[in-house]
Design a protein around this ligand. Sequence first.
Ligand code: PLP
Length: 382
Amino acid sequence: MMELRPETLLAQAAGFEDPATGGLIPPLQPSTTFLRDPDNAYRRGFDYARDRNPTYQPAEAVLAGLEGGAEALLFSSGMAAATAVFQALRPGDHVVVPEVMYWGLRKWLLETATAWGLEVALVDTTEPEAVHAALRPGRTRLLWLETPANPTWAVSDIAALSELAHAAGALVAVDNTVPTPLLTRPLDLGADLVMHSATKYLNGHSDVVAGALVTRRTDGEIWPRIRTIRHDGGAILGPFEAWLLTRGLRTLHLRLRAACGNAMHLAARLQEHPRVERVLYPGLPTHKGHTLAARQMQGGFGGMLSILVQGGEQAAVATAANVRLWKRATSLGGVESLLEHRASIEGPSSPAPANLLRLSVGAEDVGDLIADLESALAAAEA
Ligand code: PLP
């Protein structure tokens, strides 16, 4: 088949046609068990739904295609996907991870992975020198990256850091939840594995918790171990969630384009606002990682930004209290806009400034979004 552009791959869910019925929409297969052939074989490839289910196939094919990978695996959540990568290492292995990253994974690494024997080094991955100094040739097995990173949208150089990690004998895995493969393809830049919280943009409708991993190659040591971890540990996605995820994926390009346009507009407008101390968005030339983001990200800077509200934590919380249209809720990547005070969620170890509000920009009219935020900022001042 000709190589298809991402938009085509997405809109047609990898070109699905049901051989039994001619249906163009992938069916939902709820069966947990599958019939053996009379000679006891399973020629149709399915035996038991932990972890083989035909409903996974369209989403896994689309994700592998979008990321330019050899294979994708769905998981029951983004955390199940991310932790499978670390579980595929061995006690005593050393890993380098960003100081600024999804807080839930940082917490799991510091509490659970270290108790299990992984040695975890937290590093400022926006500084290649710091990563170079932290890598221990022969002992570091994995460099984990997230870019732009939650919630300051710090940008790390995947290509440069992959070179450094590979020279030290380490693999590179990238949490690509926020840019999605439409804006950044880590495997093209040298990474070995890509992880997604498919709960976010990939599904896009805030009605599925799901995760995914994509690999550059299926040989080597780590991918077969990850496959075994999913199968044996059983952190699989339910067929209904997998079906919804495929349905959501079909409009990813349209939703993301709307979110990127709205986020750019909001960032430019909010940075002029007297009640906003700073806007953190990689699309703004004032952002520390802007030049790198402009090189590394294609077609937009994403739908996530943060604002530092004048007046400290109280003013930030009061702004959140006064929104009407924006929803005060955690998570990101849906078509509805969400806003959240991160420091109170992440706790004292959080790198989020106390006056930071994280904005997940949706697909609403940007004028409505601006008007609601401006009136919340004004109400918080009063
Ligand atoms: N990675 C990022 C960047 C996230 O924002 C999240 C969730 O907020 C996760 C990973 C974890 O994903 P999940 O909630 O699907 O387990």
